[in-house]
Design a protein around this ligand. Structure first.
Ligand code: GLN
Length: 445
């Protein structure tokens, strides 16, 4: 009996110790850039809170945090030499919120440098391995966050998604990931890739856990004027939604290079439709095809502007002198597009198409409740395979449109092809996260 009580008391500490040991054993995966040395102490404090019945909603849940989200006192390098020595001087809003609910941060996760990438390979500290398919990329840019969950090293992770960076690695690693509606989660403390598109979101083993984390980090913040008053619904008691109209975009079929992915997604969408008495409706949205072409001019310009603060005086090194090839490409490209003689021509054009994409979604959501699609047009490539920037950018053809429109979207695993995990994407109207999470939970079954 005494033993049992002791065990109960030690639960979270034991778990954290075990997971930290496991993280050390799995160093080969290159998931963590830094471990939180106070994790065990935090666990002790939370065990005490649990004993006193005063613990929060995430009590004892362990987290990995993407290296572009500020956590006070921990190195937040954005996986770049530029910020190699930078330590978070404050907690990002989302970090404050998860800490208040008693989660334990185990460490800072690897990612593509400054979140620029779709494979995890642009990290200045080496790529993360995919625990579910060891010779393949884990996807990116939130590579470490997805891999940490997939390897069972943490219960959940936070990532950022500007054009697919939560959903793409979630799909390749076989975990769940959610990109919330623009304005649902405060970006305060996130080191931006493109301010008009970035969102912080959760990754977890299942939709229920991801939904709970999303619920915790959602809401209006004084620190981020894009956040809204939209009420934060409880997702944790999800019920299977019935009689939905499920939209499938015709144009997406052309973009899917590996048809096996499309077939798998379609087959599972049909199973879900049958189980819920829903119908599948095909729709045309010709501009959704232009996602990639529209996204990059916006990202290049906003990233160029955002990186002007990394001039080597206040934070770390001068970015142009210390960054990798992809980051430099975006800075130089962004500088070129923003040159005075162009008078904002390209940026404005991209903004106009962004508006059209948003309208296409609004129109579509008048006749369908949700949209289902593949997550990426192809399986993750093997390490060592050299992709052109355009091929790399094409990974996000299905995920970018949701960012352009500001709607919410999530990914759950839907099977395997050649032994490699494949996800299915659900998109829902802005601020309909409850519907999104319910459908994700339903698809999981
Ligand atoms: N792969 C896209 C890019 O490189 C998306 C990145 C992201 O969502 N952070 O910009």
């Amino acid at each position: 009996m005494i033993h049992k009580t002791m065990n109960m008391q030690n639960t979270i500490q034991e778990k954290v110790k075990k997971q930290l040991d496991e993280i050390k054993k799995r160093k080969d995966l290159n998931i963590f850039l830094h471990l939180n040395e106070s994790a065990l102490e935090d666990a002790k404090r939370i065990d005490e809170k649990i004993r006193m019945k005063k613990a929060g909603r995430l009590a004892g849940m362990t987290f990995a945090i993407k290296a572009n989200i500020n956590v006070k006192g921990l190195p937040i390098s954005c996986a770049s030499k530029t910020l190699e020595k930078y330590h978070g001087t404050y907690d990002a809003d989302c970090i404050k919120m998860v800490k208040e609910e008693d989660c334990i941060i185990l460490g800072i996760a690897n990612c593509d440098e400054f979140a620029c990438g779709a494979s995890g390979e642009t990290s200045a500290f080496g790529p993360t391995k995919n625990p579910a398919a060891p010779d393949r990329i884990p996807g990116g840019s939130s590579s470490g966050s997805a891999a940490a969950v997939a390897a069972g090293l943490v219960d959940a992770a936070l990532g950022s998604d500007t054009g697919g960076s939560i959903r793409n690695p979630a799909s390749h690693c076989g975990v769940v990931g959610i990109k919330p509606s623009y304005g649902r989660v405060s970006r305060f403390g996130l080191i931006d890739l493109a301010m008009s598109l970035d969102q912080v979101g959760p990754l977890a083993q299942d939709a229920k856990t991801a939904a709970l984390v999303l619920e915790v980090i959602s809401g209006k913040s004084r620190n981020d004027c894009a956040t809204t008053d939209n009420p934060v619904e409880k997702y944790s008691h999800s019920t299977l939604p019935k009689k939905l109209k499920i939209g499938m975009c015709r144009e997406f079929a052309d973009l899917c290079t590996d048809k096996r992915i499309l077939e798998l997604v379609l087959a599972n969408a049909h199973v879900f439709a049958k189980a819920t008495g829903s119908s599948i409706v095909e729709f045309h949205a010709p501009h959704l095809k232009l996602g990639v072409q529209t996204y990059y001019p916006l990202v290049y310009v906003e990233f160029f502007s955002g990186t002007r603060k990394f001039d080597g005086r206040r934070y770390g090194k001068k970015i142009e002198e210390s960054c990798g090839e992809e980051v430099l490409r975006r800075i130089l490209g962004g500088r070129e597009i923003s040159r005075a003689e162009f008078g904002g021509r390209y940026y404005r054009k991209a903004l106009a198409v962004k508006e059209i994409v948003a309208k296409e979604f609004q129109k579509t959501f008048k006749s369908v409740d949700i949209i289902i699609s593949p997550v990426t047009p192809r399986l993750p490539h093997r390490f060592g395979e050299k992709l052109s920037p355009l091929d790399m950018y094409a990974y996000d053809a299905f995920t970018i449109p949701a960012n352009l429109a500001g709607i919410c979207a999530g990914v759950v695993p839907t099977g395997k092809i050649d032994g490699i995990p494949v996800g299915i994407q659900v998109m829902a109207p802005a601020f309909k996260e409850k519907l999104l999470c319910d459908v994700m939970a339903g698809l999981e079954k």
